[in-house]
Write a protein that binds this ligand. Structure first.
Ligand code: ACO
Length: 407
């Protein structure tokens, strides 16, 4: 599986030699048993299971269990895991006060970096990262509370009261309830839409050593607590070249606005003097197709069918853009295909979720992968603090000139 691997630890480091690999294009930062990707063949496996099977046959709770434990749960294990997560969906009332310290128009990701990081101030009872039961409890807490924290960020933003979790609902339904119920009106989750959200969560749950997961591992390698590490991951995920892409993609589609302007934007994306890139196209690892994008495209059709939105302006525009780009020499030569974010924004928009929340929902999903990766690292008796080397390109030694003599 995978390319030829040279373990340079003993070869180079003892000889005082190191490699220079900006962007980690060919350097593995860790070994892992969690997720496998073959970018050329468009394969994504969680713990050996193809994403296509997991997305269709399992729910997000089963996938969380799989990522954390290495095996899919049996029926009894699933019931017990569901119940455990439901036990932890509430957040401390004191935490709710944190929100009022933020401006209402703050980006939800800015709020989430702060609030998730603040969880470490609430759970002193399970902070011993050398204790497997403490690590497990932190994982349960994070997976259970992320939907509550995310929905609270939304409610605060729109000026509505927070909605408490409802544990009779499943994970995706409960999130939609906390997002859309109001004191004046109950929210009845539509099973097709809840299933679509659940699929978004499955498809985004893990993706091996991407930038945010590497951030979580690097932060965790110093022994930092899991809430602080996940907060670091959230900060990284927010970047437009990573998790911010689905929001940016929808904004781009809105900006293009009409099929007649697609050519103009394609030309801009090809122009090397213009920093503009076609958001939702290209991937560091998938150089053939993104298997998640295929599944998301199907989900997109199911949701639009359910809601009778076949003529949805943005979806039609997206399909047209996809067709034109896939036939364009520039995109063909560089193997630039739509990534998962290309469609997930359209699905979320159809679910009634505003673009500013897209990356926050990605965060909810990826928390499962982050905490599984963090736990895998901490459980490895050989793990070391991450400390990349650098290639120094600055000034050579020079003497300080007294202030009065400096020009
Ligand atoms: N539009 C136009 N040209 C592009 C695009 C794009 N979306 N993506 C890559 N290219 C071009 C580059 O300009 C470069 O061209 P060159 O060889 O002529 O210089 C070539 O394709 C290779 O690009 P790199 O930046 O080297 O590819 P890399 O693998 O480093 O980048 C990335 C991957 C960051 C995802 C990039 O494709 C991109 O910026 N895409 C748009 C943002 C996006 O959709 N991000 C979501 C990623 S998926 C996720 O996080 C879940």
């Amino acid at each position: 599986m995978g390319p030829d691997v040279v373990d340079i630890r003993t070869l180079y480091s003892r000889a005082g030699v190191f490699t220079y690999d900006p962007g980690f294009l060919s350097t593995a930062s860790s070994s892992s048993k969690i997720t496998f990707i073959d970018g050329d063949k468009g394969i994504l496996l969680y713990r050996g299971y193809p994403i296509e099977q997991l997305a269709v046959q399992c729910d997000f709770m089963e996938v969380c269990y799989l990522l954390l434990n290495g095996e899919l749960p049996n029926a009894q294990q699933k019931t017990s895991f569901d119940l455990t997560i439901k036990e932890h969906t509430m957040v401390h009332e004191q935490l709710a006060r944190f929100y009022t310290g933020f401006r209402r128009d703050a980006h939800p990701m800015a709020v989430m970096v702060g609030v998730v990081g603040a969880l470490s101030a609430f759970y002193h009872d399970a902070m011993d990262i050398s204790d497997a039961s403490h690590r497990e409890l932190s994982a349960f807490r994070l997976i259970a509370k992320l939907p509550t924290i995310t929905a609270m960020a939304y409610k605060y933003n729109i000026g509505q009261p927070f909605v408490y979790p409802r544990n009779s609902l499943n994970y995706a339904e409960n999130f939609m309830h906390m997002m859309f119920a109001t004191p004046a009106e109950e929210y009845k989750p539509n099973p097709v839409l809840a299933r679509a959200l659940d699929r978004i969560l499955i498809l985004h749950a893990d993706h091996e050593q991407n930038a945010s997961t590497s951030t979580v591992r690097l932060a965790g390698s110093s022994g930092a607590n899991p809430f602080a590490c996940i907060s670091a991951g959230i900060a990284c995920l927010w970047g437009p070249a990573h998790g911010g892409a689905n929001e940016a993609c929808l904004n781009m589609l809105e900006e293009i606005g009409d099929e007649s302007r697609i050519g103009e934007y394609i030309n801009r994306a090809k122009d090397k003097n213009d920093p503009f890139r076609l958001v939702g196209f290209g991937h560091r690892v998938y150089k053939n197709f993104d298997p998640r994008a295929k599944l998301m495209r199907e989900t997109c059709h199911e949701v639009l069918d359910e809601l009778g939105l076949h003529d949805d302006r943005l979806f039609k525009l997206a399909l047209r853009l996809e067709k034109i780009a896939l036939e364009d020499e520039y995109f063909i030569a560089r193997k630039l295909y739509p990534n998962v974010d290309f469609y997930s924004g359209i699905v979320q928009r159809a679910l009634g979720i505003p673009p500013s929340m897209f990356t926050a929902i990605f965060t909810m999903a990826r928390t499962a992968g982050w905490i599984a990766q963090w736990n895998e690292m901490i459980s490895d008796p050989e793990y070391k603090i991450g400390r990349p080397r650098q290639l120094y390109t600055g000034a050579t030694t020079r003497d300080v000139v007294p202030l009065a003599l400096r020009t």
